[in-house]
Write a protein that binds this ligand. Structure first.
Ligand SMILES: [Zn+2]
Length: 260
């Protein structure tokens, strides 16, 4: 059966002499892998569309009893190479690819994940990359069903944000690497890390606000850094492994902080 759908290229690697295996997030069929026969040579069928995070219209054939589809050709919609790619942007794109690869099951339609990925790709460079990374990691946590209630302490159910703004400025919610949830000051663990009042409010806003509406905030690597740490930890705990690209982003942030 021949199928055509929108997709975003996650990764590709060579097999045999000239073939490629391509991992894709498709709009309608979820994440899938396919073989691009002679993909290394055939610029006409795949040329320019095999870069990580290329948005393409892909035509493929299902193969009976085979896990890999046969990729027929790609029509490029948008290439990440249309804009300059520096180390920070490459790391950001790799982070999106790694999280999608690790978190989403194969062949399970995830249109929200597709739309999320397409949306964050609009903000993948400059200081806005920190918006894209924060929004993407929090939303992926949510789409996977791993995001705790952002309003109340996971133990006592007391509200984490109160109306007393004067006191709230000093208040934190707490999270840790070993358990799900957000906790009040009473129920935090000794190893817990703080999530500021501001970042908690931002997280609550993020889960009900389109990405574009958050673009006016003063994004940089310090802004909402605790919220990113919380989202990265949630993803890594559930994936039961460290994310290689999250590690690079953490290092990038700590190095630049050290230079200031
Ligand atoms: Zn509590």
């Amino acid at each position: 059966m021949q199928i055509t759908t929108d997709a975003i290229v996650l990764r590709c690697w060579p097999v045999n002499e000239a073939d490629l295996i391509v991992s894709l997030l498709t709009r309608e069929y979820g994440k899938l892998k396919g073989v691009a026969k002679a993909g290394l040579k055939s610029r006409k069928r795949f040329g320019g569309a095999l870069e990580m995070m290329s948005e393409v219209r892909v035509t493929f054939f299902e193969r009976p009893r085979q896990e890999l589809v046969r990729l027929d050709h790609f029509d490029l919609i948008e290439s990440p190479l249309g804009r300059p790619v520096d180390y920070a942007r490459m790391t950001t794109l790799s982070f999106f690819a790694e999280v999608v690869e690790e978190a989403l099951p194969d062949r399970s339609p995830e249109e929200l994940a597709y739309r999320l990925l397409a949306a964050v790709l609009e903000y993948d460079s400059g200081e806005q990359m920190w918006l894209a990374i924060t929004y993407f990691s929090l939303w992926m946590t949510r789409l996977m069903g791993w995001l705790p209630d952002l309003g109340t302490c996971s133990l006592c159910q007391q509200p984490l944000l109160r109306r007393d703004a004067q006191r709230d400025a000093q208040r934190y919610a707490w999270f840790d690497a070993v358990s799900d949830g957000l906790y009040c000051a009473t129920h935090r663990k000794p190893v817990s890390l703080p999530l500021s009042h501001h970042s908690l409010q931002l997280a609550q806003k993020m889960v009900r606000t389109p990405l574009a509406e958050l673009a006016g905030l003063p994004w940089n690597m310090q802004f909402a850094a605790d919220l990113r740490r919380f989202a990265f930890q949630s993803l890594e705990r559930h994936l039961e492994r460290r994310l290689r690209t999250a590690e690079v982003l953490r290092r990038m942030a700590s190095q630049r902080t050290a230079q200031v």
